[in-house]
Design a binder for this molecule. Structure first.
Ligand SMILES: [Zn+2]
Length: 306
């Protein structure tokens, strides 16, 4: 891939790593998540609908139960999911209106799934940026609008999004994300790892680091979904079994968050709201319904996309 984050973005991200007091090797002591209570304002940053459930369903439920606030911001609406679009169109040539209709469906699914976890409607925030395009926005489309290959849009096309009509540029995405931080005022952010193999996930991690660092926000923890060949292994539903560390998390100290059986059950209920994803990816998605969730305190020494 030729796209590289700008020097400024990487510098901000590197600064965040140094500010966290570590530039290379992880600490040996097992880290933990901050205490969750009524003062907690949790923000889960999800590149696509379903990521919030896969990564963080347990923490979301625990924050809600403790009387805290839980919010999710979806950076994209999943409007370039090739498998879904192939199923809908039965053709490689997908009409833009079908891609937008898929996004509307996925946003409905995300509302239902997150509501099942206890996220109130006011905490369900969609930015509507292009699926498979987030890294491009942060690299070669910082000021010049990017056009989505699946929807044909060069600006947020969804009325359900927070800022319909905002252009598909990196600068606009950073402004919109900053507006979300202003609105939510999170005390804890759960963001995708810049080590994730999916470019939207890596870019979303870098975006979170850069914007939250600029605003002096403290606690960011990192999760991974596309964690390396075959992970999570084995595939399929294995309730009560802990999640193992992903190959791409190697060398990072991970906080282990243990779910209660009822929280695992609720996570499965939330996942089942994603009809579009379950019909194509069920064995992969179900493999995240485990008795633990894992979070790194640091994004990892290597911040550049691979
Ligand atoms: Zn994703």
């Amino acid at each position: 891939m030729s796209a590289r984050p700008t020097a400024a973005l990487l510098a901000a991200a590197a600064l965040a790593v140094r500010a966290a007091g570590c530039t290379a090797a992880p600490a040996a002591a097992a880290p933990s998540l901050p205490h969750l209570d009524a003062q907690t304002s949790l923000l889960v940053v999800a590149p696509h609908p379903d990521d919030e459930t896969l990564c963080c369903a347990g923490v979301i439920q625990r924050v809600v139960r403790a009387g805290g606030r839980a919010s999710v911001v979806w950076i994209t609406s999943g409007d370039a999911s090739e498998l879904d679009l192939l199923l809908i169109e039965r053709s490689l040539f997908v009409k833009p209106e079908k891609a937008r209709a898929l996004a509307a469906t996925r946003m409905r699914e995300a509302r239902e799934a997150s509501a099942r976890l206890g996220v109130p409607e006011a905490g369900q925030l969609f930015l509507g940026y292009p699926d498979r395009g987030v890294l491009r926005l942060l690299t070669d489309h910082r000021a010049t609008p990017y056009t989505s290959g699946s929807t044909g849009a060069a600006a947020v096309p969804y009325r359900a999004a927070l800022f319909p009509g905002h252009p598909y540029t990196g600068e606009s995405l950073e402004r919109d994300f900053a507006a979300v931080l202003e609105r939510v005022r999170p005390t804890l952010i759960l963001a995708p790892s810049p080590r994730d193999s999916h470019p939207d996930h890596r870019a979303t991690g870098l975006l979170t680091i850069a914007v939250s660092t600029r605003r002096g926000l403290p606690d960011v923890r990192y999760w991974i979904v596309h964690g390396g060949e075959g992970w999570p292994s084995p595939r399929g539903l294995l309730p009560g079994v802990p999640l193992t560390a992903a190959p791409r998390s190697r060398g990072l100290a991970l906080a282990v968050f243990a779910l209660e059986p009822a929280e695992e059950d609720r996570m499965l209920e939330a996942l089942r709201a994603y009809d579009t994803q379950m019909r194509t990816l069920a064995p992969f998605l179900l493999a995240f319904v485990r008795s633990t969730e894992l979070f790194a305190s640091l994004p990892g020494a290597q911040l550049a996309p691979q």
